[in-house]
Design a protein around this ligand. Structure first.
Ligand code: PMP
Length: 307
């Protein structure tokens, strides 16, 4: 191909679209910088004691450009966690930071990770006097089509009891999830399912659980489980009943699925030795959720923040 023919085939140069940055950009304490230009000190309080709060949020490519799904709800949950630790947290500033980072990285379908934490200031457990930080990182996500069906192992670890550690996205709380995940992986499962000492289902390590029986959708409710935003979305979309569910009921269900911002609607293949069959209700809900987050369903309009 000669140069003229090549030029004729090349897409026209765009003046309006800024280039994708050479290095991924992160927002850190008010400034956008290259992700590898930043370092945290070795006495960072959060690194020693888990004294931070994070969120997992998603943006989607919609017909009107990129939009963040249920951003105010994620910010409200983050504020609650920060308040518990006595941190200053400004949802308006964090919202701006999320949007600025997405724009800087030219991301549309993306996972968004804000984190606020106590930095340097000594080894004591008191958080007073420690620097407070806020960062936002974004990574582009692949569009899931169906996804794989997870196999769950029942965790021998209990979920953090709410009267010891409230179900919020506190960094240190996730050591509990890591232990359960490690155990289930070592037993050949993809993911762990937490149950309580009385035989009730709690949640997975980073997702809530639903069951379907005779066409009826039920959202597992438990005081130790994170009140997920995806869970809330699916309850509103499907009219699912929210109530406590025993492990026995879960085994008796026709379909089981997990859900979360990252997992979206994830069909469960089986739990321990119990395999579930076809999952038509889960597939229908997953398809509806995919339309809602992309602004293709009327219900979603108020849930999207334009980037
Ligand atoms: N449970 C746990 C423990 C989680 O970490 C998550 C992910 N945030 C969820 C449930 C699902 O919550 P959401 O739908 O708000 O992402």
């Amino acid at each position: 191909m000669n140069a003229t023919a090549e030029a004729a085939q090349a897409p026209p140069p765009s003046i309006a679209e800024p280039a994708v940055p050479a290095r991924p950009q992160v927002w850190f304490d008010g400034v956008l910088c290259d992700i590898d230009a930043l370092q945290a000190g070795l006495t960072t309080h959060a690194m020693h004691y888990g004294s931070g709060v994070f969120e997992g949020i998603r943006s989607y490519a919609t017909a009107d450009g990129a939009a963040v799904f249920r951003l105010p709800e994620h910010m409200a949950r983050m504020r609650e966690g920060a308040a518990l630790l006595g941190m200053r947290f400004d949802p308006a500033q964090a919202t701006d930071a999320v949007l600025a980072t997405l724009r800087a990285n030219r991301h549309r379908d993306a996972y968004i990770r804000p984190l606020t934490w106590f930095g340097e200031g000594g080894f004591g457990l008191d958080v007073e006097g420690h620097a407070e930080h806020l960062m936002v990182a974004t990574t582009s996500t692949r569009v899931h089509l169906g996804g794989t069906r997870a196999r769950l192992g029942i965790s021998t670890w209990r979920r953090n009891p709410a009267d010891s550690l409230p179900p919020l996205k506190l960094c240190g709380a996730y050591v509990n999830s890591i232990l359960a995940k490690r155990e289930s992986r070592s037993r050949g499962f993809d993911e762990a399912l937490f149950t309580d000492a009385d035989g009730f289902v709690v949640e997975c390590t980073g997702a809530n659980v639903f069951i379907v029986r005779a066409g009826r959708v039920t959202a597992v409710q438990h005081r130790d489980a994170l009140p997920g935003i995806t869970r809330d979305t699916l309850i509103r979309l499907s009219g699912a009943e929210s109530r406590t569910v025993t492990l026995e009921e879960l085994f008796d269900a026709d379909e089981v699925f997990a859900c979360g911002t990252a997992a979206e609607v994830a069909p469960v293949h089986g739990v321990e030795g119990r395999s579930y069959g076809d999952n038509p209700v889960t597939r229908e809900l997953a398809a509806l959720y995919a339309r809602v987050v992309r602004g293709e369903a009327e219900a979603a309009r108020g849930w999207l923040t334009a980037v």
